[in-house]
Design a binder for this molecule. Structure first.
Ligand SMILES: Cc1ncc(COP(=O)(O)O)c(C=O)c1O
Length: 436
């Protein structure tokens, strides 16, 4: 090429949640079935889409309007519905004009960071959901800036760490909050959200909150929306239907802009995001048309309550099965449908192994783990993949110095779920003992 093609930030784009699939597929190609624990796709884990939901979608498909373009910002009726839903919480009030639709929340996240000047940084949680951290790092041409979530304090954010990083780094213009959180499954109490707002007020920052799991909480916990505690700070809430309906294949998510006129710079950012969508024309219309019909259906709340209860139950089973295993720790979850298991410091070593019978699998794992600089949790994950054919994601690939891995709490079939976690537990024990 006559010139370099890529900017330095392009190297920051990595997504191990999907990356590990390439390795798992090599094992499948040898004839082994795989237990997929890498991605938050309820459909893949046998969750059923209720018949009434399918009927709503089937009816929409009979209407010619479903086949046209939507308004650039999204279907007006749906934006009005969602604005009212937010306003009914009694916090920050918005109109349909403050809502902008995207082709999945992943698309919204990519656009959000793309237009910021590279020197304007958004500090995000660690462990981080990598769609955010990668997109933010790619826009800045350098590694992400993060604040710690503390596994020894229910995965709550280390507010002192956040405060000091914000205070001594004037390039930080905003804070990202994921609530309920992926990958920790934690839901932040109101006081914690108020703490974020307070820091944003002191340093004149923008708040970005990913609330895609807002209605997925259980075991007596309810999530507080940022809009309820925000006051007059500029903020963007990110929401979607991939998890809640569940309909990840719809590729439908949206942004809600709060206090849009409170800062000229923020107002320009909102306008730019809208302009970018206009250039693209619009986002997919079918799921947008379905949203008010599904969310206002008389069966919707009972459906969500039942699905949430099932996740809560699985969270308890996980604690029962893995709770007493030495060398690991995790917190019972309150929301979303993941848990992060952390290895105790010093228990992982570079000579640990799991026995593998098939020489072809042995060859694969030896090749994958040949790099001596590889994070030790990744090494465990690769051995788990070949020995138990369970596909999880190492926590080192979530922008974290911790060593561990993320699992999902999605498997609908009780026996399959329990068997997976039992096998996982036995594999952890064997792996940690294997070196001596
Ligand atoms: C916190 C969070 N935000 C955004 C997304 C992306 O959702 P979508 O399927 O709408 O792109 C996910 C998907 O796992 C997620 O966990």
């Amino acid at each position: 090429m006559r010139q370099l093609l890529l900017r330095p930030g392009a190297e920051e784009l990595s997504y191990e949640i999907r990356g590990i699939v390439k390795k798992a597929r090599q094992i499948e190609a040898l004839g082994y079935p795989m237990t997929w624990e890498n991605i938050g796709d309820p459909i893949q884990k046998n969750n059923k889409v209720p018949a009434w939901m399918k009927e709503i979608i089937a009816d929409l498909l009979k209407d010619d309007k479903t086949y046209g373009y939507a308004d650039s910002k999204g279907v007006l009726e749906t934006r009005k519905y969602l604005a009212e839903l937010n306003n009914s919480l009694g916090g920050n009030q918005i109109t349909a004009e403050d809502i902008l639709f995207f082709n999945g929340l992943g698309d919204a996240i990519a656009k959000l960071y793309q237009f910021l000047v590279p020197t304007a940084r958004i500090i995000g949680p660690s462990p981080a959901y990598s769609t955010h951290s990668s997109a933010e790092a790619a826009h800045a041409n350098t590694a992400p800036i993060t604040y710690k979530l503390d596994p020894d304090n229910q995965w709550l954010p280390d507010m002192e760490d956040l405060y000091l990083k914000v205070r001594y780094n004037p390039s930080i213009v905003g804070i990202l909050i994921i609530n309920p959180d992926n990958p920790t499954g934690m839901v932040y109490p109101r006081e914690v959200l108020e703490g974020f707002v307070k820091i944003a007020e002191e340093f004149n920052l923008l708040l970005i909150v990913d609330e895609i799991y807002q209605n997925i909480t259980y075991n007596g916990i309810k999530a507080v929306a940022l809009a309820e505690v925000l006051g007059d700070r500029p903020a963007i809430s990110l929401k979607g239907i991939s998890k809640e309906f569940p309909w990840p294949g719809a590729r439908c998510g949206w942004m809600e802009f709060y206090n849009r006129e409170s800062s000229t710079e923020f107002s320009k950012l909102c306008q730019t995001l809208e302009n970018a969508k206009m250039i693209e024309v619009c986002s997919t219309i079918l799921p947008q048309l379905a949203i008010p019909r599904i969310m206002s259906h008389p069966a919707y709340h009972a459906y969500r309550a039942e699905a949430n209860e099932a996740i809560g139950k699985r969270s308890e089973w996980m604690t029962e099965i893995l709770g007493d295993i030495p060398g690991i720790k995790f917190n019972p979850t309150q929301g979303a449908f993941y848990n992060t298991i952390v290895f105790d410091e010093g228990v992982l070593h570079s000579a640990q192994k799991l026995e593998v019978d098939d020489p072809r699998l042995q060859a694969l794992v030896e090749a994958w783990t040949a790099d001596p600089t590889m994070p030790l949790d990744k090494r465990f994950v690769y051995y788990l993949l070949v020995a138990e054919r369970i596909c999880v994601v190492p926590i080192s690939s979530f922008c974290s110095d911790l060593r561990g891995f993320r699992v999902t709490l999605l498997e609908e079939k009780e026996e399959v779920f329990k068997d997976t976690f039992r096998r996982l537990g036995e594999a952890i024990k064997r792996y940690l003992k294997s070196e001596s």
